[in-house]
Design a protein around this ligand. Sequence first.
Ligand code: ADP
Ligand code: ASP
Ligand code: MG
Length: 412
Amino acid sequence: MSLIVQKFGGTSVASVGHIEAVADKVARFRGEGHDIVVVLSAMAGETNRLVALAHEIMEQPTPREMDVLLSTGEQVSVSLLCMALERRGCGARSFTGGQVRILTDESHTRARIREVDSTRLHAQLEQGNVVVVAGFQGVTENGCITTLGRGGSDTTAVALAAALEADECQIYTDVKGVYTTDPRMVDGARLLRHITFEEMLELASLGARVLQIRAVEFAGKYKVPLRVLSTFEEGPGTLITLEEEEMETPAIAGVAFERDEAKLTVKGVPDVPGVAYKVIGAVSEQGIEVDVIVQNAAAEGSNDITFTVKRGDAERTRQILEQVMPSVSAQSVELDTKIAKVSLVGVGMRSHAGIASRMFKALAGENINIQIITTSEIKISVVIEEKYLELAVRALHGAFELEKHQSGEAET
Ligand code: ADP
Ligand code: ASP
Ligand code: MG
């Protein structure tokens, strides 16, 4: 008999009707003899609703209280699913993250899981019950409720699968699996039968929100068999695999994009040691995550330093830069919130030449200006004007013929 962890996202539990449908699905798996641990998100829109309530009271809500608030969303969906399962004669027990004892660090609103106690889960499974765990939350050593960052239920599922040594961790969502790009943006996006952990990690960190980054990291580290599939349609979905298992890897796995960024430029700083540290250091010290950073080649002894941050941090970053301006003798600080980042990802880049030039050609063909370029071993990212985002994603998807069936891919 196999043990499966199944996670259902917000749109999969959006209403009582949806929860009933999930209960049918879970009860069917249980009926086939599998041991099942279910992880649920809050009902669609609920976490956003709670965030908005907090912001009505204060601009920067107290992180500890924010976690107490946000964790309630998942508590609603797990209890309702257990009722629906019980009504079907399928024994089920719900647990919050704290009740399981999913131990995290103390970083409220973006806590990391340290340890999962599987005792209670095993005891329930032994009694023949389906265990339903509230995703996205844990508890600190001191008993404070924490949450794992947006999309964190994916990470709960993978962490439980690792702790229980589950046969598979299945992430059920509102699309059929992982596609070559967001299928909501490009009609021709192709469902991938498998993708490597490395590629999935890049896609997730470059904006494809289908899996939370930490979930992929965790799955890679603990070798959890991870599959993304649809709640609403039957199908094999996408298996996240180790690279070695791939027969032949296409050069490009997919295109990811991120709208939610802003670009800041500190102009005319002197070309001397320590300036980049003063600028970027001041921003990082305030807990703001800096993404792409570029410094242009010095012209007449002065440089421009440009970097991107999350759009929500843009204004605060600008204020910090204005404060450090005099100490680095900068001429000005500029903020541009109308940018987007588009990235090509593929482990095959290591062995295929000319990917970058093909990418730049496709963008040039659409007359899209590239503001920043960054590369790493398996990805190339460009920052462009936001209004061209959709055009850029479609152009790249087309230029690399991602809609086409490729070697190593089964027909879907
Ligand atoms: P859930 O609520 O189930 O966790 P999410 O909204 O977090 O669902 O993630 C699923 C969404 O991710 C899809 O609806 C899709 O729009 C988006 N997405 C972005 N990039 C991709 C991709 N490459 N493959 C599949 N889905 C993607
Ligand atoms: N409910 C949380 C969110 O909306 C966690 C999750 O759904 O994974 O981010
Ligand atoms: Mg999600």
